[in-house]
Design a protein around this ligand. Sequence first.
Ligand code: NAD
Length: 319
Amino acid sequence: MLIGAGAIAELAGLVEGQVVIVQDLALPPLALPGAAVVKVAAGEDIKSWDGLRQIVDSLEAHRLGRDGTVVALGGGTIGDAAGFAASIWQRGVALINVPTTLLAMVDSAIGGKTGINSSRAKNAIGSFWQPRAVLCDLDWLDTLPEAEKQSGYAEIVKYTMTLDPGMADVGDFAEVVERSVRAKAEIVAADERESGLREVLNYGHTAGHAIEALSGYTLAHGRAVAAGMRVAARISQRVLGCPAAVVEQQDRLLAAHGLPGPLPDLAVNRVLDALPGDKKARAGRPRWVLLRDAGRPEPGHEVPEEIVREAVAEILSGS
Ligand SMILES: NC(=O)c1ccc[n+]([C@@H]2O[C@H](COP(=O)([O-])OP(=O)(O)OC[C@H]3O[C@@H](n4cnc5c(N)ncnc54)[C@H](O)[C@@H]3O)[C@@H](O)[C@H]2O)c1
């Protein structure tokens, strides 16, 4: 894992054999002599069977062998789809992630989850395929639109509240990114297949996924997760006695980055109905990651519907 401005310079020394760069067509080309380049459009459309076929067909057209390398250059949508293609092409070829959005740097490029969406659910089809290397070059963020940066910041607030509360006082952006990457990498190393500990990374995602899906995916993932964290914090206060000061601190950290911003006009019942579809649900009942305190997340909580209803209503009303 290499983090910092200029980290991309290390790429040439990391790749072996033949290389195919699958990249967001909106980004400038990488200077990597001899590499084939496949340009695809970013967005959820690439995370589909058609998008996957497009990438796999390109790997075949370039005759990428088993000893070759796929470089995924782009945000989370490119990384998820290209990573999945790398995991199934020739039963798996090496993958190097070059994340170019803040969200991809601190979250999706780390941890080995790859995949595409089914017709009904996000990320329903996929694999665990660990990248050989992740190059987080902060220079990419110079061109990233502010709204995309804000969306990525939601995950940083998530790490702050669940794993590294001291990050709230860090002003240096590069250090914040590095600590976030480290926080996620440590959890993934301890529980690669999400059989327990890794579930804490889903803090904010139970209500967040429901709100995101009900928006028809027009609401950015990070904004939906931010709204989901606000819901989860209020439930944490009621169920686990999480201090009010922690809930307020989380609200402040989110607001400082424009999060969650305006939410879609959704009926509370629709959000409640969408919850059991969440991947963390067991036997149709959502299980929540809650906070006992800052830095003390607890996965696996079943919560009485009335408490969930109140928290969702409060957050949807914007109060
Ligand atoms: N695999 C995981 O563990 C994991 C974790 C979190 C999220 N995700 C997935 O990540 C995806 C969202 O990722 P995302 O927000 O990066 O989306 P994205 O890939 O669609 O990128 C967002 C936008 O930023 C643009 N962009 C990318 N890099 C840029 C740059 N340097 N300068 C200017 N514009 C740039 C893209 O063209 C796109 O328009 C979702 O599909 C989500 O499910 C996966």
